[in-house]
Design a protein around this ligand. Structure first.
Ligand code: HEC
Length: 125
């Protein structure tokens, strides 16, 4: 009797362990789209570091046009190398001694997690 009980318990325990493991092994590991929290953090970096030059301002004349281009649709129909190029460009900027002051680099101003979040946000524009 006791042996029977024990073996029933063992079978139940085996299912308890095996079934969730089988279910989790089956679920596909599809690449996750950035979650809303990540995008929200990226948006905060954008307003803090980028909006100064990349957002239009409400002005009554043309004297104070945004210094940088609009980033709307930056990743629309983008080539596969676009993301790497944009990352590189944000990190190095476009300052050079031979050109007038353009865009500063953010290599030391954004760590890699912040840059990921920023890119996730830029993809929503
Ligand atoms: C001081 C002003 C300034 C700031 C701050 C700035 N940018 Fe720029 N950005 C520019 C200018 C100007 C250009 C145009 C490139 C040039 O003329 O050198 C540019 C170009 C770009 C481009 C290329 C656009 C294209 O169509 O290829 C990207 C992407 C970009 N900026 C992203 C950013 C991001 C992200 C930030 C914030 C981390 C940022 N910029 C902060 C001035 C700025």
């Amino acid at each position: 009797m006791n042996v029977l009980r024990l073996s029933v318990l063992v079978v139940i325990a085996a299912f308890w362990i095996a079934v969730p493991a089988m279910i989790s092994a089956q679920s596909p590991q599809a690449p996750k789209a950035a979650d809303t929290e990540t995008i929200a953090r990226g948006e905060a970096w954008f307003y803090q570091r980028c909006s100064l030059c990349h957002l239009g301002r409400i002005v009554k004349d043309e004297k104070f046009k945004p210094m940088g281009p609009s980033l709307s649709g930056l990743f629309k129909d983008a080539s596969p190398t676009r993301e790497a190029d944009v990352r590189e460009m944000i990190q190095t900027g476009t300052l050079s001694l031979s050109k007038p002051l353009r865009m500063p680099g953010f290599r030391y101003g954004l760590d890699s997690k912040q840059l990921d979040e920023l890119i996730a946000y830029l993809k929503t524009l």
